[in-house]
Design a protein around this ligand. Structure first.
Ligand code: 1HE
Length: 262
């Protein structure tokens, strides 16, 4: 993969955290076709050492969404292919090999919010703002937003965002579920990296079950969900690593769950 607008860095003693950075700040990290393809390739080809990833945006904004300069040339059929290309790329983020944590700041808008929604954890700093300007641009989401965003905030809130151009600030974004963490301005990347380091220590099968089984269980009727849960939990607990971790706790060698700080 070689695209000047996307950077891959490996972090940690075992190079266990991938840092994937949008590096097109002059265009507010707007996502052109080349960048979408590079994202897909990057998540398809993460080194085997990687156990978690962080997505970050260079400059003052996480991502201004679709590169609007490319939109004007497309006919209807090309529009379908284009949207499906986004779907394929963001599927690699959501259902790729490792959990992905988005470090959000500044504009998280349009396709930028669609990209963030494909991640497993979103950390927003206080400068973040969330919007879906597609409504006012006479278009519709095309990067999976209509599937993923209502699952985070509900159909009514997404409808409002698109109908009225409503912009959520960081605190309100966190309150309604667009982000799971809210941190002071300038600290989203550090927090996301710390979370990624934590996530990278989990048993791989637990992370796999959370990424690949949990969202599917959530879509299943309860009766089938219970069965899928039984199967995946049996597979996870049978791994030697799971046995070792449980044994360590029983022998007093693993940390207890601590009361949350107020
Ligand atoms: C862009 C884009 C872009 C900036 N495509 N070039 N997304 C939007 O409708 C959001 C459009 N962008 C904005 O509202 C603002 O740019 C921001 C709030 C993100 C940032 O504002 P600011 O004042 O920091 O930057 P700026 O001066 O507006 O932009 C700097 C440059 O980036 C400028 O180019 P320049 O050559 O004049 O310097 C802008 O034209 C350029 N730029 N955003 C192209 N989005 C799969 S479907 C998804 C559908 C969507 O995502 S639609 C929503 C698109």
């Amino acid at each position: 993969m070689s695209n000047p607008d996307l950077q891959l860095e490996l972090h940690g003693k075992q190079q266990e955290v991938a840092i994937v950075r949008l590096t097109r700040p002059s265009k507010r990290n707007a996502l052109n076709d080349g960048l979408i393809k590079a994202l897909r390739e990057t998540f398809d080809n993460l080194p085997a050492s990687v156990r978690a990833a962080v997505i970050d945006g260079q400059g003052e904004h996480f991502c201004a969404g679709l590169d609007l300069s490319e939109l004007q040339e497309r006919d209807a059929a090309q529009g379908v292919y284009h949207s499906r290309m986004w779907h394929a790329a963001l599927e690699r983020v959501q259902y790729g090999p490792v959990p992905v944590i988005a470090a959000l700041h500044g504009a998280v808008v349009g396709g930028g919010l669609e990209l963030a929604s494909a991640c497993h954890i979103r950390v927003a700093d206080e400068s973040s703002f969330f919007a879906l300007p597609e409504g006012s641009r006479g278009i519709f989401v095309g990067g999976g937003g209509s599937v993923r965003i209502p699952r985070l905030i509900g159909v009514a809130r997404m409808t409002d965002m698109m109908l009225t151009g409503r912009v959520y600030n960081a605190a309100d974004g966190e309150r309604i579920g667009l982000a799971q963490y809210l941190v002071p301005a300038g600290q989203a990347f550090d927090k996301a990296l710390a979370l990624a380091e934590q996530v990278a220590k989990n048993a791989p099968m637990t992370n796999y079950a959370l990424m690949h089984a949990l969202p599917r269980i959530a879509e299943q009727p309860a009766d089938q969900g219970f069965m899928t849960e039984a199967l995946i939990s049996a597979i996870a607990q049978s791994a030697p690593e799971a046995k070792a971790r449980v044994r360590a706790f029983l022998e007093g060698k693993a940390p207890k769950v601590q009361k949350a700080e107020a």
